[in-house]
Design a protein around this ligand. Structure first.
Ligand code: ZN
Length: 104
């Protein structure tokens, strides 16, 4: 059975008090290779629209990872943070898919 297409949520709640808006963007002018961004100040996660659906999910989990670390005040070196998040984005997206977990 073909899995249902992934629906990008409008918002992701990171903690009880904090939620981030999620939006598609056409790209990031400063860096054409960039596919996502997590704006802590405005609480906005931006995802590049022109990606495969699987990559969109992975990018979303990547940016949620940054929000999770920031909003829970987890102190970690920026390079280590990027490394951990990068290594986890595919496995995390896979767990979500394998268990049929979805945003409301
Ligand atoms: Zn990152």
């Amino acid at each position: 059975m073909k899995p249902k297409p992934f629906k990008l949520p409008n918002f992701v709640r990171i903690t009880h008090r904090v939620k981030y808006r999620v939006r598609f963007v056409e790209g990031f002018p400063d860096d054409p290779t960039q596919v996502g961004e997590c704006d802590f100040e405005h609480k906005v996660i931006s995802i590049k629209r022109k990606q495969r659906p699987t990559r969109i999910q992975e990018t979303l989990w990547h940016e949620i990872g940054h929000a999770l670390i920031r909003e829970n005040k987890i102190e970690v070196d920026v390079d280590l943070e990027e490394y951990i998040i990068k290594r986890c984005e595919k496995p995390l997206a896979r767990i979500i898919r394998l268990n049929g977990l979805r945003f409301k």
